[in-house]
Structures are given as structure tokens and as C-alpha cells.
Design a protein around this ligand. Structure first.
Ligand code: NAP
Length: 456
């Protein structure tokens, strides 16, 4: 029997477990470990609540985790303060790290740490009820918000700010976040890119959604878009055709520039999409963020931008930095600090220049924080192919026959699948008491109480 630990129960972890079940190894047992007592990683704690279709992916991840050959082991951390890679090696023939990219990339500008300035992840964690989210939450007293970055995370957080509570009552968004969104005073949301519209990272479906919000109108300035040579010429730098997603994005932006949605009763919020503005400083008033100073940039002809010496300040009492994620080192595993990933060869962890059979990576910690959820499928398959190739070498080694017993023996309290189902029931009951569908429990003690069926 091949015993494998998969660390992380987000999409990359679950697709890895699924690929293992589909492999030609006849007898495989997989423990899917997670630091949290809940499965699904960023599908539960990253996908926006109004993206119901993507959220519904949970049911296919669930079907994998309910296979008899898989055991969900929640509430067990790996790395700092948790199990070490050496300990896991003693317990399993192979370990696949699917731990994602846990940190936010910094902006590295003065004022970044001012009250009122947050990473987009902090905001997403709050409205997703992540148990590590800032306990004070977001009061949303700001009139104007700046979102820095033009990727899909920027679009997500801007959409939630511009939507307010509209359409969220039927979702599992936690109570405190819903109340704050109902009372939100945000009226202007500026989404700001440092390069041009042809270099934005958002996808077209996500971009279009901004224009479809019933309570918001969208503003783009055609003359700002036209600073991008690709906007007018519809070709890339070297004269090659633009990628389809870029063409589609530019079409949407062109449409908005030509025909801005007028102000109308009920459309009280405005989203402004801005380009060629590089943040240089967060401005302060009375000890809080009051705005962002941007340097106006221009294309440098090589895909980058140069500063023009002109500056523009945008007023904002709330700044969300959505400039990408970064992997963090896991003590005991090698780490490439430049790429923010674990060095690997076809998914095999590389230690001191050589691939190390028995230790693998998949997902964002392997390839960096890019791609859509589905990208994790092929990534996991490549890793599992390497693991299966190594399997004859690995199974000979003696490992723990009862890893869960061993974990309990060292004082841990794993949450297994039944515990997770109890959390689901508790969330359904909480929702019923509020006249809503299931509502997420936002704190560690509530989750663990529900999982173990007893007060802590
Ligand atoms: P991302 O796609 O890498 O976008 C990061 C943005 O931040 C880029 O516009 C980048 O501009 C900008 N940026 C980086 N450093 C900056 C700086 N110092 N100053 C100003 N701007 C800066 O990252 P993401 O939005 O966090 O998304 C991560 C991944 O999750 C992506 O693959 C995304 O598609 C995925 N995701 C998907 C969905 C969805 O499908 N609905 C939702 C959320 C996330 P440059 O290009 O100039 O570097």
C-alpha cells in the first residue's frame, strides 16, 4: 500500500488526491491535511461569494474527498508551529505540498502601513469568514476607495465594494460582513493599473461583471486608454496579433469609453478604471490614509513603463493593495526566494541540486500564483506522474500504519470528514436562525466547537 500525505485541501491538493486515485497504483491511501478545520482552500476562502458558479466547484472537490481511499485531516498544521517535513516523511511514503501562496506581495511605498490601507487578501478573508481574518473587520466608512492592481483579485474586491450588500443576502457571506456592506458609505471605487489596458491581468468575464452591477456605473477615459499603442493599433509590441483575452478586454473598455453608463437613480456608486498610474506614496491625514499619489507613466516600447514626471493624487480613505500573492518558505523545505516557490523538477522537490523522491509540490507553491482553478489539474497530474514513477522505490520504506493515531498521540485534535460535516450543519443552522441559507462561521472557536460537537 502506498501511503501519501497531501498538504493542503484547496484545488491543487484535491486534484492531486484525485490524480493519485486515478493512477495505476492499485492500493493507495491518501491523507489530505489542512491547517484549517475546513476543506477547499481558496474555493471556500478566496472565491468571491457572488461567484456562485465557481463556488459550486466545491461539490466536485467534495466528491473526491468523500472517496473511501481518502481521509480529510483538518486542523493539522504543517511547517512553522506544526508538523515538520521530516516528521511527515516518517509517517508517509510520499508527501505532496499543495500549500499555495500564503503571503501578499508588498507595494513597497511609503505609507503602505497606514490605518485604512489593507492587502486585498485581508478584505477577501473578511468577507469570506476566514478564521484568521482581522477580528475588527471593515467598517466601510470610506467614501472613496482605491484598489491598486488590475488583476482578477482587484476586480473581485472592487466589485464587492461597488455592489455593497446587493445580491449577497442569498450567499454564505458572514453576518458582520453583510451588515457592514449594507451600511457601506463607499461611493467611488478607483481600480488603478501601473501599465496599460492591454497589459491588465483581469479576464474578460470578470471585467464585464463590473459593468453589469445594478447599483454602479463605470467610467473609463478613452484618452487614457489611447496611451496604450495596442489600444489603437490592435497589435502587440512586435506587430504580432494580440492574445484573444487582451482583444476582448480592449473591446469591453472601448465600449465603456464610447458609451458610459449614465448616472441614474439607484446607481449611486461609480467604478473608475484607470491606467498608466504607478503608486508612489500613500498620503496621510490625521494618522490615517487619505489618498494615493501616483506617477503618470508612459509605455517604454518594451512592455514596461517609464515615469513622465507628472503626478496625480487620488483621494481615498480606503486602499486595497491587490498586487499579487507570494509563496512563503516552509521550514524544512527548500525555497526559491526570488520566485517565491519550492524548486522542483516535474513536481519533485529539488534539494541541493537533486530531485528528492518522496517529496513533491503542486499548485501555486510549485508554479507561482498564476492561472485559473482548472490550471491546477494539469499541474497536479504532472506531479503525480513523477510520484507514481518513484512509487516502487518509496513503498519499501516502513512508515506509520496509523498516522491519525500518531497525531492524536502527540496532542493534536484532527478534524476528520465527519467533523467538517458537523461544521456544515452548524452553518446551515446559523443561516436558518438568520432567515438565510448557510452562513459561514467566522472564528476558530466556533468552527472547532461545531467540528468536535462540544464547547472548547
Ligand atoms: P495578478 O493577476 O498577478 O495581478 C496583479 C496586478 O498587480 C497586476 O495588474 C500587476 O501589474 C499589479 N502590480 C504588481 N506589483 C505592483 C506594484 N508594485 N504597483 C502597482 N501594481 C502592481 O494577481 P491577482 O489579481 O492577485 O490574481 C492571482 C491569480 O488568481 C491570477 O491567476 C488570477 O487570475 C487568479 N484569480 C482568479 C479569479 C477569477 O477567476 N475570478 C479571481 C481571483 C483571482 P503588472 O502586470 O504591471 O505587474
Amino acid at each position: 500500500m502506498l501511503r501519501v500525505a497531501v498538504v493542503g485541501s484547496g484545488p491543487s491538493g484535491v486534484y492531486t488526491a484525485q490524480a493519485l486515485l486515478q493512477s495505476r497504483v492499485p492500493d493507495v491511501r491518501v491523507h489530505v491535511l489542512d491547517r484549517l478545520p475546513t476543506p477547499y482552500g481558496l474555493v471556500r476562502y478566496g472565491v468571491a461569494p457572488d461567484h456562485e458558479k465557481i463556488k459550486s466547484l466545491q461539490s466536485s472537490l467534495r466528491a473526491v474527498l468523500e472517496d473511501d481511499r481518502i481521509t480529510f485531516v483538518g486542523n493539522v498544521g504543517v511547517g512553522a508551529g506544526g508538523l515538520s517535513p521530516d516528521r511527515l516523511k516518517e509517517m508517509y511514503h510520499a508527501v505532496v505540498y499543495c500549500v499555495g501562496a500564503a503571503a501578499d506581495r508588498p507595494l513597497d511605498v511609503p505609507g503602505e502601513g497606514l490605518p485604512g490601507s489593507f492587502s486585498a487578501t485581508e478584505f477577501v478573508s473578511w468577507y469570506s469568514a476566514h478564521p484568521d481574518a482581522a477580528p475588527d473587520g471593515f467598517a466601510l466608512l470610506a467614501r472613496s476607495a482605491v484598489v491598486v492592481g488590475v488583476g482578477n483579485v482587484a476586480v473581485d474586491v472592487a466589485r464587492i465594494l461597488a455592489r455593497g450588500a446587493d445580491g449577497l443576502r442569498g450567499t454564505d457571506v458572514p453576518r458582520a460582513a453583510l451588515d457592514a456592506l449594507v451600511a457601506s458609505r463607499v461611493r467611488e471605487v478607483h481600480i488603478v493599473g501601473r501599465r496599460g489596458p492591454s497589459q491588465a491581468r483581469f479576464t474578460t468575464k470578470e471585467l464585464r461583471e463590473l459593468g453589469a452591477l445594478p447599483g454602479a456605473r463605470i467610467a473609463v477615459d478613452g484618452s487614457e486608454l489611447a496611451l496604450d499603442p495596442a489600444y489603437a493599433a490592435a497589435v502587440g509590441l512586435t506587430g504580432t496579433p494580440l492574445p484573444a483575452v487582451v482583444r476582448r478586454n480592449l473591446d469591453v473598455l472601448r465600449g465603456w469609453a464610447a458609451d458610459p453608463r449614465p448616472a441614474a437613480p439607484g446607481r449611486e456608486r461609480r467604478i473608475r478604471l484607470r491606467f498608466f498610474l504607478r503608486p508612489v506614496e500613500l498620503l496621510e491625514r490625521d494618522g490615517r490614509v487619505a489618498g494615493v499619489r501616483f506617477a503618470r507613466t508612459a509605455p517604454d516600447g518594451a512592455g514596461g513603463v517609464r515615469d513622465t514626471g507628472v503626478y496625480e493624487d487620488i483621494e481615498a480613505q480606503l486602499v486595497l493593495r491587490a498586487v499579487g500573492y507570494r509563496g512563503t518558505p516552509l521550514p524544512g523545505l527548500p525555497f526559491d526566494p526570488v520566485r517565491g516557490t519550492v524548486p522542483h523538477l516535474a513536481g519533485r522537490v529539488v534539494r541541493d541540486g537533486t530531485a528528492s523522491p518522496g517529496e513533491y509540490v503542486a499548485g501555486w507553491i510549485k508554479r507561482g500564483p498564476t492561472g485559473v482553478i482548472g490550471s491546477n489539474r494539469s499541474c497536479a497530474k504532472e506531479t503525480v506522474a513523477s510520484l507514481i514513477e518513484d512509487a516502487p522505490l518509496l513503498v519499501g520504506r516502513e512508515v506509520a500504519t496509523d498516522p491519525l493515531g500518531a497525531l492524536r498521540g502527540q496532542g493534536l485534535r484532527p478534524v476528520e470528514w465527519d467533523g467538517w460535516l458537523s461544521i456544515e450543519r452548524a452553518e446551515a443552522a446559523l443561516g436558518r436562525s438568520l432567515g438565510r441559507g448557510p452562513v459561514k462561521i467566522p472564528d476558530w472557536s466556533g468552527l472547532l466547537e461545531a467540528a468536535h460537537g462540544e464547547p472548547l
